[in-house]
Design a protein around this ligand. Structure first.
Ligand code: S3P
Length: 449
């Protein structure tokens, strides 16, 4: 995807009345990536239901196909993945195009690092700005070699180690992508790979590796540090996986229903893994009416339907300790805060500066353009809310710059639904990376479909 203005797809999102009825958000992006990757490494056929068919996951599928797996969508929507076995990845014939997807890139760099193959990774303008040193540094210790664009960016070439060495690595940054890259590298490495995680991050890799039969243990220290050990040269057994709905996608509709007067919406099948679901707790602390209905287990992950009703929100200080459990949800939390009574303070968000865009600055600029009162700090935003009044929205000649970042586009679309004159975003194309039916679901929930 390029910044070429001729290709951008702008749209003005305007108030369309309350969000009501029932919607179902697509499958979890993190779990979808991992189900394709681990399915491709198992011996035999893995079946995946509810896979997110977004561009990021399709980038992972294309890369795993290029390395030998057979991955097909059935007419009934189920995906079949015929794996090559751990150690069986083939050298791809051309560069692996990762599109906009940091998760595909970092996790696959881990896989390639311990296979005796060479792969070249390329991506779009947003991905090509993102730091890869955080995975290059530890993975180099396996014996793999990396040649990257200056600054540890894409394009980059990975020459996998022929006799990989197992890592023991303490994560210097709270990142599930770095943790997962090291664990995936450990699959085709003799001995035990150990990741020490001082701050817990999403644990889908650990859950799914165990589900596929890997020998993985997690030891919890008294200060909350997790020590994850994976026995290498694993043999993965094919699985039948049901992917729960993505809480990071549900987040946009939860906030929209809270801030658009008169809304009463049920969002079905939302994954509520505690390492992911902190946004809903924070919104409840702000006074949001979010009820969990029919809590259940889907594919080894906790799931519920969420009933969300329009609510008077109050600003809070968000505890920095919860940041990893809602790291992707801050753009839309900022939108909720802009409608609350009083001040919301967020801190500890430095990781947001290296996502698909610099989400601290980009959201400050976007919210200001829509008429909100926002102050940017080094590691967060301070937002003075409107006490329930709609934001003015963007002027007729102004557009929010989304910088190829799907979550900026969706967060500001939500702001538009609650605004006086609408919010125009400069490009809706990136939404398809994680939530291709977002605009269709807005139409459904507002009765326009
Ligand atoms: C992800 C981890 C997070 C998150 C991303 C998906 C994953 O990234 O922002 O959307 O699937 O492991 P970091 O590991 O960089 O925090």
């Amino acid at each position: 995807m390029s910044h070429d203005p001729a290709q951008m797809r702008p749209r003005r999102f305007s108030a369309q009345g309350p969000l009501t009825g029932r919607i179902r958000v697509p499958g979890d992006k993190s779990i979808s990536h991992r189900s394709i990757m681990l399915g491709a490494l198992a011996v035999g056929e893995t079946r995946v239901t509810g896979l997110l068919e977004g561009e990021d996951v399709l980038s992972t599928a294309a890369a795993m196909r290029a390395m030998g797996a057979t991955i097909e969508r059935q007419a009934n929507g189920e995906w079949l993945v015929a794996g090559v076995g751990v150690g069986g990845l083939l050298q791809p014939g051309t560069a692996l195009d990762m599109g906009n997807s940091g998760t595909s890139t970092r996790l696959l760099m881990g896989l390639v690092a311990t296979h005796p193959i060479t792969a070249c990774f390329v991506g779009d303008a947003s991905l090509s700005k993102r730091p890869m040193g955080r995975v290059i540094d530890p993975l180099t210790q396996t014996g793999a070699r990396f040649t990257s664009y200056p600054g540890g960016r894409l394009p980059l070439i990975v020459e996998g180690a022929t006799t990989p060495v197992p890592l023991t690595y303490r994560l210097p940054v709270a990142s599930a992508q770095v943790k997962s890259a090291i664990l995936l590298a450990g699959l085709n490495t003799p001995g035990t790979t150990t990741v020490i995680e001082p701050v817990p991050t999403r644990d889908h890799s650990e859950r799914m590796l165990r589900g596929f039969g890997a020998d993985l243990s997690v030891e919890l220290e008294s200060d909350g540090t997790r020590i994850i050990r994976l026995a290498g040269e694993a043999e993965l057994k094919p699985q039948t996986i049901t992917v729960p709905g993505d809480p990071s996608s549900a987040a946009f509709f939860a906030v929209a229903a809270l801030i658009v007067p008169g809304s009463d919406l049920i969002i079905e099948n939302v994954g509520l893994n505690p390492t992911r679901a902190a946004l809903f707790d924070v919104l409840r602390q702000m006074g949001g009416a979010i009820e969990e209905l029919d809590r259940r287990d889907v594919g080894g992950e906790p799931v519920a339907d969420l009933r969300v009703r329009a609510s008077a929100l109050t600003g809070i200080e968000v505890d920095p300790a919860v940041v990893p459990a809602m790291v992707d949800e801050f753009p839309v939390l900022f939108v909720a805060a802009a409608h609350a009574r009083g001040r919301t303070v967020t801190r500890g968000l430095e990781e947001l500066r290296v996502k698909e865009s610099d989400r601290i600055t980009v959201m400050r600029v976007a919210l200001e353009l829509a008429g909100a009162n926002v102050t940017e700090t080094e590691d967060g935003l301070i937002i003075e809310g409107t006490d329930g009044a709609p934001l003015p929205g963007t002027a007729p000649d102004a557009r929010v710059a989304t910088h190829l970042d799907h979550r900026i586009a969706m967060a500001m679309a939500v702001a538009g639904l609650a605004s006086a004159q609408g919010v125009e975003v400069d490009d809706t194309r990136p939404i398809a990376t994680s939530f291709p039916v977002f605009e269709a679901l807005i139409a459904t929930a507002t009765g326009q479909a």
